[in-house]
Design a protein around this ligand. Structure first.
Ligand code: ADP
Ligand code: MG
Length: 484
């Protein structure tokens, strides 16, 4: 029997914490990393007799997200109670939305290097976040802990949840989708979308089916991916796990699985609840709310530039290739940086792009920094480009200067002066070094005379080495050729 080929089917549920000043239903401040249990009140602690009051800003933000995802904004919307017991949730129910979310039936066109894929959005709704549990064990996991601590600072923070249709077919597509959604919420200014800090959290639903089949298989849900890298690894692991199971005649269980970053695998967390387990019912403390056409249109008219518009502008206004424009709009901070730098260096936007996408990204990745956390401001970068243009320094030295400014935050002008890196363009000075190198490398000179072109590179390299990289390479080349 031929081996079946399987296709992955993936749907994502993405939560983003909204950047409102106060929580979803009370006046406690939304904070991150503060002393535990210092930003709470009787409402977000779920004390009896308190009443929630809806945060207007949070409704505005979820409406903006809905519109940016091409959703229909429902004129009447409602809060439901999702009932379950867990110690991070003081009320024993979470205020969420159920059958009438704020937004539904949208889509996002996800761009990949190989083309575009439309992912339909089932819904985008608003809910409140839970508190945080700290399990006192080495692994930080519950089953090894003697006790757990609970911090309610996060409890009640507004969360926007976006749910996709199962339209995603690979880990790469999932990463591209999340990356684009993250850039959208950043551009909207409604969330910082930081996966590492947990302000953007992805639950991935994955199933497999034989290629050509129209039916969906049983899915598993995977949680706890804290970066794009781990999202990709977790999805690929889960796809392989299910494939092996199915190939060996086993079956996938409907369950929630935990991605273990250290072990590089997913493990069973719990058998998945069914929707009826939650006993959803309308929250009697919160009446349905009305989002009128006027309200929605006003928000639509005030939407800021979104990543796709920005990308278009980068292509049309700055003449960038589509690939560059896409990379530069993957996060708001990078787009802002590019815009700022080009303002200072209008003559060649592509040059700015090359440095950001190349050298700069490489350094940021190694240092695990975002562009706006780096000491290199647009002014620094443009200073460097100008030094190269004026031939004050060579391209090779520029990389050295870049390194130094990345580590110290000094301006290139200062670094070049302090380290005396100015390029040598004085021919007589270079000639002295060339003469010395030719004398010392008789063999290479012979090789070059007999037509071995490789010897030229070697000799140029030697001159560059003796000049500590400062000799102008074109002059070096010319002089060597002249002398042989
Ligand atoms: P549940 O009730 O189990 O939470 P939902 O219908 O609410 O399931 O869907 C949750 C997410 O799972 C959605 O993103 C949806 O696209 C995705 N999904 C649903 N069925 C499948 C499937 N068979 N395989 C992969 N993903 C699925
Ligand atoms: Mg669900």
């Amino acid at each position: 029997m031929a081996v079946k080929d399987y296709e992955a089917v993936i749907g994502l549920e993405i939560h983003v914490e909204l950047l409102t000043e106060s929580k979803m239903f009370c006046g406690s401040a939304v904070t991150f990393g503060e002393e535990p249990n210092t930003h709470t009140c009787p409402i977000c602690l779920g004390l009896p007799g308190t009443l929630p009051v809806t945060n207007k800003k949070a409704i505005e933000y979820i409406t903006m997200i809905g519109l940016a995802l091409n959703c229909k904004i429902n004129p009447i919307s409602q809060f439901h109670r999702k009932n379950y017991f867990y110690p991070d949730m003081p009320k024993d129910y979470q205020i969420s939305q159920y059958d009438i979310p704020v937004a539904s039936n949208g889509f996002l066109d996800v761009e990949l290097d190989g083309g575009e894929r439309r992912v339909r959005i089932l819904r985008a709704h608003i809910e409140e976040d839970t508190g945080k549990l700290l399990h006192e064990s080495k692994s930080g996991r519950l089953h090894e802990a003697k006790y757990s601590l609970v911090d309610f600072n996060r409890a009640g923070t507004p969360l926007a949840e976006t749910v996709t249709e199962p339209d995603i077919r690979s880990a790469e597509q999932a990463v591209a989708f999340v990356s684009q959604l993250r850039s959208i919420v950043q551009h909207l200014g409604v969330s910082d979308g930081n996966m590492e800090e947990g302000s953007l959290r992805v639950d991935a639903n994955i199933s497999l089916r034989p290629v050509g089949s129209n039916e969906f298989g049983v899915k598993a849900e995977v949680k706890n991916m804290n970066s794009f890298r781990s999202l990709k690894k977790a999805l690929n692991f889960e796809i392989e796990r299910q494939e092996e199971l199915l190939r060996n005649g086993g079956e996938v269980h409907q369950e929630t699985r935990h991605w273990d970053e250290k072990l590089g695998r997913t493990t069973t967390l719990r058998r998945k609840e069914e929707v009826q387990d939650y006993r959803y019912f309308p929250d009697p403390d919160l009446v349905p709310f009305n989002l009128t056409e006027d309200y929605v249109e006003e928000i639509r008219s005030k939407l800021p530039e979104l990543p796709k518009d920005r990308k278009k502008r980068f292509i049309e206004e700055y003449g960038l290739p589509a690939h560059d424009a896409r990379v530069l709009t993957q996060s708001k901070a990078v787009g802002d940086y590019f815009d700022e730098a080009v303002k200072l260096y209008k003559k060649d936007p592509k040059n700015v792009s090359n440095w950001i996408i190349g050298e700069f990204s490489y350094h940021l990745k190694n240092a695990n920094l975002e562009i706006d956390e780096s000491a290199i401001t647009p002014k620094h970068l443009v200073n460097l480009l100008n030094l190269i243009d004026k031939k004050t320094i060579s391209g090779k030295i520029a990389k050295e200067v870049f390194d130094e400014m990345f580590n110290t935050g000094k301006l290139p002008d200062i670094i070049v002066e302090e380290k005396q890196l100015v390029q040598i363009v004085d021919e007589s000075e270079i000639e002295k070094i060339v003469d010395a190198v030719l004398e010392e490398n008789a063999q290479a000179v012979e090789d070059l005379k007999s037509g071995k072109e490789k010897a030229l590179g070697f000799l140029v390299g030697q001159v560059m080495r003796f000049s500590k990289g400062k000799a102008n390479p074109e002059i070096v080349n010319r002089l060597i050729k002249k002398k042989i």
